[in-house]
Ligand binder design. Sequence first.
Ligand code: ADP
Length: 448
Amino acid sequence: MFEKVLIANRGEIALRIHRACQELGIQTVAVHSTADAKAMHVRLADESVCIGPPAAKDSYLDISRIIAAAEITGADAIHPGYGFLSENARFAEITTAHNIAFIGPSADHIRVMGDKIAAKDTMGKAGIPLVPGSDGGIRDVEEGLKVAREIGYPVLVKAASGGGGRGMKLARTENDLEDAILTAKSEAKAAFGDDAVYLEKYLELPRHIEIQIVADSHGNVVQLGERDCSLQRRNQKLLEEALSPVLTPEQRAEIGEITRAAIEKLGYLGVGTVEYLYEDGRFYFIEMNTRIQVEHPITEQVTDVDLIREQIRIAAGEKLTIKQSDVTFKGHAIECRINAEDPRTFTPSPGKITDFHPPGGPGVRFDSGVYDGYQIPPYYDSMIGKLIVYGDSRELCLARLRRALQETVITGVKTTVPLFGALLDEPDFQKGDYHIHWLEEWLARDGS
Ligand code: ADP
């Protein structure tokens, strides 16, 4: 096992990783920008190194500074968390080249999944169901028109290097397609330096359902069921549930096994998430995330598997503590992302938290790095913490969520807490009857 892990991240995930390390008897090194000198994970870590000014490109995204901090402190592994460098294949390569273990998959797997065309091709060959579309990238508008006629409108033009919903254009009819292709190409060129695009059938009202995978270096691959992340605004997830309120046990077992078998075929190592759109009883692959995800705790709650602990153990060459036959799902879990944002306009609201009292009691977990008097810096994402609620049934989980939201005290900044309170009153949400556009429609109609 490692002796010292450097945590190349900030906020709640840095603290989450620190906690897992502590429980494994591993020393931790926090790296931080000048803006995060007083962050909770910095205070709790065994050692800390300031790696630069607030701008992420000069601190959390600066590979040489992070490697230098690892060398100076003698860390034998780096955990990248999510965001920042977590899906940067070069960072994984450089880390290993310095004889430091990268707590994540191989650089090759990161690279393949970072290119959407390559990812789709690889996953399709491994037996994963795909959205009908072009076979690889399209060369020009002519080819696009031909493919679209075959798959039928509406179609989505997507950038191979896309991310965060950028470089994606919808064409409802043939008249829109040329424009959609040319705009997607120029946006992708500007944002990612790569204008490769491909076409996909546009699914009208799908759900977003993703499968959690863990794989060790001894050939064991286990799937831990799904998370339903359909409640999104501008492609950003706001609330996630495990398990999905709409899958039958048979559907769950089937897509779980298809995903598990594909990951085994790829020889993938570590934790990962395979994301699907789900419509009319069918699954369609959209992407694979080769890192731990924000919403991992809801899977932890319903399976009793500590994903960060497993992730560290796997990177150290140990065997998974569970086999597929040990995995059972118990109860229901929901996560709400509590952001420092105006609950109506979603404008970020950085500033000082004057009073902070997280909710507690049975079935309530609050993963956060903030405290009374904490100053939320304006330079990073606006997440204050994650409220994770668990209950034996979805009904109890919803009752606990309502109770936990009422207990939550965060003053001094605006937060998304009131939004979740209003959501709980919605019959569609209560029934679990929603899709990826539901939240935006609700917000436009009568939300908040
Ligand atoms: P990104 O990497 O930019 O997040 P994704 O491929 O994951 O791109 O897609 C982001 C979101 O766009 C999905 O969560 C879904 O809401 C929507 N989307 C992607 N592909 C399709 C499709 N074929 N039909 C309908 N919606 C889609």
